[in-house]
Design a protein around this ligand. Structure first.
Ligand SMILES: [Zn+2]
Length: 356
C-alpha cells in the first residue's frame, strides 16, 4: 500500500488554503449561500502531520440524517493518539450540510448526494457539493472511509461494504473488524464509485439507524478506523495485539418483505442466524384477529431490519446476508456481541472523555 502523497512537498492545499506539515486547521469550503443571505460552508478538519505517511479522508453524514458517523469523527479527532499521526487526515463530519440542518437524507433539490458524483461546478446544489467533495477532498487522498447508518426506521448491524475484488479494499475491510463484510457492487454516482475510478481504496461503514446515536456502532466505527490507520502506518502499532475478530464475507443479500399490510410483530434480532422458511415476524390487523407469517426466503444472518412496527404489503422488513457457512457467520456475530456486551450501557456523552 504505497501512498501517493509521500513526497518532499507535503503541503496540502484545500479550497486555496495551505496546510503545511505540522499544522492542523478547520477549513470552511464555501457552498451555495442560503436564500436568507446567510453563508453556508462545508467544514473540513485537516491534520497534516510532521511525519510523512498516507492521506486518509473520512466523510460522515453524506446522508444528512445519518448521525453515528458524526460522533465517530468527533471522537477520532479527540483521541490523544492522533498527536502521533503520520501522513494526513482529512475529516468531514457533516458532508451533507443542508440535509443535516433539515434532518433529512437528501438535499433541498431532493437529490441524493451519494448518487451525485462526480458532480459539476455549475450544476444543482447536489452536483456542486459532490464536485467540491470529490475534487477538494477525495482526489487529494490515498484512502477513504465513508460513514453511514441505516435509513430512517431501519437499523443495520455494523458492517463494511466494499468492492472486495480490490485486494487493498479486502485487506482494509478485514482490518476494520466488523463481524460481517459485504462484497457490494459500486452504485452509479456514489462517492465509492468516484473513489474507485480514481484508484482510491474506500471502505463504507454502515451501522445503526438514522437520527440516533448507537453506542456500539460508534465505538465499533472508532475502533475500526484506528485499526485501519495502524495498518496504513498512520498510527503507532499497538504494544499488545488485541484479539481480532475474524470477519466473514457475504457476496449476496436479500430483503424479506411484508406479505400483506398490517401491524408487525418481529420475532428476530439483528445479527440473528435464520433458516430458509423461518418465521421472522407476523403481520396482523389492528383487532388482533388475523396474523400472517413473514417467512425468510433464505438462510443467513439478519444484517438490517425495519424498526417500524407498521408495514404496507411489499415493504422491506429484514435484510438477510447469505454466507457459504452461516454457522461460522453466526459465531462471528456472537463473538462481536460478546466483545461489546459491556458497551450496551449508554456511554459518555462527552467525546473528549471517551476512550473507545
Ligand atoms: Zn447512508
Amino acid at each position: 500500500m504505497v501512498a501517493k502523497t509521500t513526497g518532499n512537498d507535503r503541503r496540502i492545499v484545500i479550497g486555496g488554503v495551505a496546510v503545511d506539515p505540522g499544522e492542523s486547521r478547520t477549513i470552511d469550503l464555501p457552498i451555495a449561500d442560503l436564500y436568507t443571505h446567510a453563508k453556508l460552508a462545508l467544514p473540513v478538519h485537516v491534520i497534516n502531520a510532521r511525519r510523512p505517511g498516507p492521506t486518509l479522508f473520512i466523510t460522515a453524514a453524506i446522508h444528512g440524517d445519518e448521525l453515528n458517523g458524526v460522533n465517530i469523527v468527533r471522537r477520532l479527532l479527540n483521541l490523544s493518539e492522533i498527536r502521533k499521526l503520520r501522513g494526513a487526515l482529512l475529516a468531514i463530519p457533516i458532508a451533507n450540510v443542508f440535509g443535516f440542518i433539515h434532518r433529512t437524507r437528501y438535499l433541498p433539490d431532493r437529490r441524493d448526494l451519494n448518487r451525485s458524483f462526480p458532480g459539476r461546478e455549475t450544476g444543482s446544489i447536489a452536483a456542486r457539493l459532490a464536485h467540491l467533495i470529490g475534487n477538494e477532498i477525495v482526489a487529494k487522498a490515498d484512502f477513504g472511509i465513508d460513514l453511514h447508518t441505516g435509513a430512517a426506521d431501519r437499523e443495520n448491524l455494523p458492517q463494511i461494504r466494499g468492492d472486495l475484488s480490490d485486494p487493498t479494499v479486502l485487506e482494509l475491510a478485514q482490518t476494520f473488524g466488523t463481524p460481517v463484510i459485504l462484497d457490494s457492487r459500486l452504485r452509479d454516482g456514489s462517492l465509492r464509485e468516484f473513489a474507485a475510478e480514481r484508484g482510491i481504496p474506500l471502505l463504507l461503514y454502515e451501522a445503526g439507524e438514522a437520527m440516533r446515536f448507537d453506542e456500539v456502532a460508534i465505538r465499533t466505527g472508532v475502533r475500526g478506523i484506528r485499526r485501519v490507520m495502524r495498518k496504513l502506518g498512520m498510527l503507532p502499532p499497538r504494544k499488545q495485539n488485541s484479539r481480532t475478530l475474524e470477519p466473514v464475507i457475504s457476496r449476496s443479500t436479500t430483503w424479506v418483505r411484508a406479505p400483506c399490510s398490517g401491524i408487525v410483530d418481529a420475532h428476530c434480532r439483528l445479527g440473528e442466524r435464520v433458516t430458509d422458511g423461518q418465521t421472522l415476524a407476523t403481520v396482523g390487523d389492528p383487532f388482533g384477529a388475523t396474523r400472517t407469517d413473514v417467512k425468510s426466503t433464505t438462510a443467513g444472518i439478519v444484517i438490517g431490519r425495519s424498526r417500524l412496527p407498521l408495514a404496507y404489503e411489499g415493504d422491506a422488513l429484514f435484510h438477510i446476508a447469505m454466507f457459504k457457512n452461516s454457522k461460522i457467520a453466526e459465531e462471528a456475530v456472537e463473538q462481536f456481541h460478546k466483545t461489546h456486551e459491556t458497551l450496551y450501557d449508554p456511554g459518555p456523552t462527552d467525546p473528549g472523555r471517551s476512550t473507545p
